[in-house]
Design a protein around this ligand. Structure first.
Ligand code: SAJ
Length: 411
C-alpha cells in the first residue's frame, strides 16, 4: 500500500518517516515550500531527537518524498493543525482543505485517517464532506458503491520523545465503521509495538481530548494550591510532596502557567462542544491561564522596592530542556515584565536559544543574558522554567536577591 501523509509538521513528518523506514512507500504533502524542500533533501525543518536520522535514511532509500499537491494513495493520513479561533471553537479549515485535496483522488477502497487532535464529531464531519462531493462512493458499501474507509487515530506522542513514543505508546483507533478501524490497525501495526485499541471515531476524539484535559485539570489543581499556600504562608512544594506520600494521591507540579500547543488548547474543544456541562474543565483552563498574572503581581510587589530594578527571567520555553517558545507562559510573563516595568532592565535567560524572539527584541529594556550575568546583575530573579542549567545555581548567589521560584527548583 502507498501512504500519503498530509501535513509534514511535528506529527506528520515523524509518522511519515517511521512508516517509510519500516518499508512503506510514503509521500509527504505540505503547503510549505520550506518543509517540502527540506524533506526532499533528507533534512528536517525543526528539532526532534532522532527524526533527522529517520528522514535522511527514508529519503536516501527512496521510500519518502515530499510534494505540495496531493497524489493518489491507498491510505491518507491527515496531520494538519487544529488551532482555536476566537471563542475557543476549533478552526477546522486546515482539515477541510486537506480533505478537499484528497477528494478528487479517491477511486474507492482507500483509507482516510484523521490524526489531528479534533473536537468530537470532526471525523464524521470529514466523512460527510467526502460523501457530499462524491455521491459515487460510500462509507460502508451501501448501494453497492465503492467504499472509502474513514477513521480517527489521534497522536499522543510527547515532543522530545516522538520517535520513541510512536513505537511504544498504545494507540486508540476510532473507525466510522468497524472495518475502517481494522484497516487502520493494520497500518499502525507496521511500526507500533504497543496495543492498538479499537473504538468508534467520536470516542477516539474524546479520548485524546480527555487525556490532555486530565493533565490540565490536575495542573490547575496544583496551581490553585500554590495560590492557597502563598496566602497561608506555607511552601506548596513541600505541601504537595507530603500529600503525595498518600498511596492514592498524585498531585502534579505548579508552575507559572500551562503552555504548549496541546494542553492549553485541547480542553477548550470539549468546552466549546458542551459548554453547559464542561464546568470543571473550563475552570481549570481559567485557573491555569490566570497563573502568569499571579506571578506578575508577585514580581511587581518586589519591584516596587527598587528604583531601577534589574529583573532576571530564567527560562522562556514552555517546558524544561527544549527550545520551543510557542504558547509559553514564561515568554508571556517576560514580555509583560518588559512592558509594565519600563524603568527596569529585564535579563532574559534562555540557554536553548541563540537570540531573543521578536516579541522580546522589540523592547529596548530587555536583553538575552547568561545565568552568570543574571546572578551578577539582577535584583529580582524569577525562575520560570526548570531547565537543567538553573538547577545547580549556588544558593548563596541568590541570598541577597528577591527570588520568585515558580517551579520549586531552589527549595
Ligand atoms: N506542566 C506543569 N506542571 C506539571 C506538568 C506540566 O505546569 O506537573 C506544564 C508544562 O510546564 C507545560 C505544560 O504543562 O507548560 C504542558 O507540558 P506537558 O509536558 O505536560 O505536555 P506537552 O504539551 O508537551 O504534551 C502533551 C502530552 N499529553 C499528556 O501527557 C496527557 C502528550 O502525550 C501529547 O501527545 C501532547 O500533549 C499532544 O500533542 O497533545
Amino acid at each position: 500500500d502507498t501512504v500519503a501523509v498530509i501535513g509534514l509538521g511535528y506529527i506528520g513528518l515523524p509518522t511519515a518517516a517511521i512508516l517509510a523506514t519500516n518499508g512503506v512507500t510514503v509521500t509527504g504533502v505540505d503547503v510549505s515550500d520550506r518543509h517540502v524542500d527540506a524533506v526532499n533533501r533528507g533534512e528536517v525543518p525543526f528539532v526532534e531527537p532522532d527524526l533527522a536520522t529517520h528522514v535522511a535514511g527514508a529519503v536516501s532509500q527512496g521510500r519518502l518524498s515530499a510534494r505540495k499537491d496531493t497524489p493518489h494513495a491507498d491510505v491518507y493520513i491527515v496531520a494538519v493543525p487544529t488551532p482555536f479561533k476566537d471563542g475557543h471553537a476549533a478552526d477546522l479549515s486546515y482539515i477541510d482543505a486537506a480533505t478537499d485535496a484528497i477528494i478528487p483522488q479517491l477511486r474507492g477502497g482507500e483509507l482516510l485517517i484523521l490524526e489531528s487532535t479534533s473536537p468530537p464529531g470532526t471525523t464524521e464531519h470529514m466523512a460527510a464532506r467526502v460523501m457530499e462531493a462524491r455521491p459515487d462512493l460510500s462509507l460502508d458499501g451501501s448501494g453497492n458503491r465503492p467504499v472509502v474507509h474513514v477513521a480517527h487515530c489521534p497522536e499522543r506522542v510527547l515532543p522530545g520523545r516522538v520517535m520513541i513514543e510512536l513505537v511504544t505508546n498504545d494507540r486508540i483507533i476510532g473507525g466510522l465503521t468497524p472495518e475502517a478501524a481494522e484497516h487502520a490497525r493494520d497500518l499502525y501495526q507496521v511500526f507500533c509495538r504497543a496495543a492498538l485499541h479499537l473504538t468508534d471515531a467520536t470516542t477516539a476524539e474524546m479520548a485524546k481530548l480527555t487525556e490532555n484535559s486530565f493533565r490540565d485539570v490536575n495542573i490547575a489543581f496544583a496551581n490553585e494550591l500554590s495560590i492557597i499556600a502563598e496566602k497561608l504562608g506555607i511552601d506548596v512544594f513541600e505541601l504537595i510532596e507530603l500529600a503525595n506520600k498518600h498511596p492514592r494521591v498524585n498531585i502534579l507540579q505548579p508552575g507559572p502557567g500551562v503552555g504548549g500547543h496541546c494542553i492549553a488548547v485541547d480542553p477548550w474543544f470539549i468546552v466549546s462542544a458542551v459548554p453547559d456541562e464542561a464546568r470543571l474543565i473550563r475552570t481549570a483552563r481559567e485557573v491555569n491561564d490566570h497563573k502568569p498574572e499571579v506571578v506578575l503581581t508577585k514580581v511587581a510587589e518586589r519591584a516596587d522596592r527598587f528604583k531601577e530594578p534589574v529583573i532576571a527571567a530564567l527560562g522562556l520555553a514552555f517546558k524544561p530542556d527544549i527550545d520551543d517558545l510557542r504558547e509559553s507562559p514564561a515568554l508571556d510573563i517576560t514580555v509583560k515584565l518588559a512592558q509594565r516595568h519600563g524603568d527596569a532592565r529585564v535579563l532574559a535567560v534562555e540557554p536553548n536559544v541563540e537570540a531573543l524572539p521578536a516579541s522580546l527584541s522589540a523592547f529596548d529594556n530587555v536583553r538575552l543574558a547568561t545565568v552568570e550575568e543574571a546572578l551578577r546583575e539582577a535584583d529580582i530573579v524569577v525562575l520560570l522554567v526548570d531547565h537543567k542549567e538553573f538547577k545547580n545555581v549556588p544558593r548563596e548567589r541568590l541570598a541577597e536577591k528577591a527570588v520568585i521560584d515558580t517551579r520549586g527548583v531552589w527549595r
